[in-house]
Design a binder for this molecule. Structure first.
Ligand SMILES: C=C(O[C@@H]1C=C(C(=O)O)C=C[C@H]1O)C(=O)O
Length: 374
């Protein structure tokens, strides 16, 4: 789906940002007159959204209702026009196409958290885990750069979409990325999610690549970490669902830059929760914060010397029925109006984490975004 223009932009901050967004969106959807002859997920009234990771982030969370949406779902291609009730109906409005801007390449360098700083913080996190304060924490670092004035982000987006066809590629309010992980998806009262935890680098040839996948699937460290993430997703979703099932054993998800251990969840929604209510309940998962959640969030705030902004927060869309698709904003960068680019990558730290290996893992996770901008 591509949104063009803006009819409405709502901003939310603070610990209740998702709850407020859910309530506000419900009121807007109730008041809206929607005529939708297409009737597929994503047609009709839709808002695109991105939410900050932390309730104390300086970065606002936002829901944006575009003026025009061009969408494709299976064999359906559709155009949705949206206007405020007090605006004239300009059904004949055309969307002028714009050529891609000039090519550009930038490199991204160390941000507030240097490689050495990251290694040091991973060591500190392992000490805290050994001390029994918590069992897992996800620590990240950032890279920064600057795009030239007027740079066309559609170039970056196209690179990501073509390079990572199995991921959710997004660009909402300057947050651009290609995430392998959904937080939650609601479609016709069916809820789904893909949980990831456990990572291995791709091999350099077919043989080492298969071995890397096998080692990941049979690693007890990764399996433990993964089962924990799956259990916590199931526990959070259970109160909202009639039945909920998971793929029987985790599978190795193959991405161009790495392998992930993955489990898919699917169930039937019980009450009238919208997809925003569900992201509110699920965020932040063990995959991006750690466990227990409160201790992990506190340790992240203590050790990471930067504001995550919308990195590791929910990014996606919601329709008038509350259905929608929300990915976890990973493998992404925030582009500020000034042209500053901040990319983020992190990894789950547990008792037997090796700081140097975790640093190497962040490098692999930066690859999609570094290459799309570079
Ligand atoms: C935190 C990130 O990725 C998450 C952490 C993973 C891990 O530690 O194995 C795997 C996938 C994601 O759930 C990131 O990409 O920044």
């Amino acid at each position: 789906m591509v949104g063009i223009g803006e009819v409405l932009r709502l901003e939310f901050t603070g610990p209740d940002r998702m709850r407020e967004a859910a309530a506000f969106w419900r009121r807007i959807a109730e008041a809206a007159t929607v005529s939708d002859a297409v009737g597929v997920p994503g047609s009709g009234l839709v808002a695109f959204g991105t939410f900050a990771f932390s309730g104390v982030s300086g970065m606002p969370s936002t829901l944006i209702v575009p003026r025009t949406i061009v969408g494709r779902r299976g064999s359906h291609t559709f155009v949705t026009r949206i206007r405020r009730a007090d605006e004239p109906d300009d059904a004949a409005r055309l969307v002028p196409s714009r050529r891609f801007g000039d090519e550009f390449r930038i490199s991204l360098g160390a941000g507030a958290e240097t490689a050495d700083g990251f290694v040091h913080h991973v060591e500190q996190a392992v000490e805290r885990i050994a001390h029994g304060d918590l069992s897992k924490v996800v620590l990240a670092r950032e890279l920064t750069g600057r795009i030239p004035q007027g740079a066309d982000l559609r170039r970056v987006l196209t690179d990501l979409a073509l390079g990572y066809p199995d991921c959710w590629t997004f660009s909402v309010d300057g947050l651009v990325g290609s995430s392998p992980e959904t937080l939650v998806r609601v479609e016709d009262r069916t809820v789904g999610a893909r949980v990831l935890a456990g990572t291995a680098s791709r091999g350099t040839n077919a043989d080492t690549d298969q071995k890397a996948a096998l080692a990941l699937v049979t690693s007890s460290k990764d399996q433990d970490e993964h089962q924990f993430a799956v259990r916590s997703a199931v526990e959070t979703l259970t109160p909202f669902t009639r039945h909920l099932s998971t793929s029987e054993v985790p599978f190795a998800l193959k991405l161009p830059n790495l392998w992930h251990l993955a489990t898919d969840l699917e169930g039937g929604l019980a009450g009238d929760a919208s997809s925003i209510d569900l992201i509110d309940a699920m965020h932040p998962t063990a995959a991006v914060a750690g466990a227990p959640r409160a201790e992990a969030v506190e340790l992240i705030a203590e050790l990471e010397p930067f504001d995550r902004g919308r990195y590791a927060g929910p990014v996606g869309w919601v329709d008038a029925a509350g259905d929608g698709e929300w990915a976890i904003a990973l493998r992404c960068a925030q582009v500020a109006p000034s042209g500053t680019v901040t990319a983020y990558a992190g990894c789950g730290i547990v008792l037997d984490s090796d700081p140097a290996a975790e640093l190497a893992e962040t490098r692999m996770k930066f690859r999609p975004i570094v290459e799309a901008f570079g």
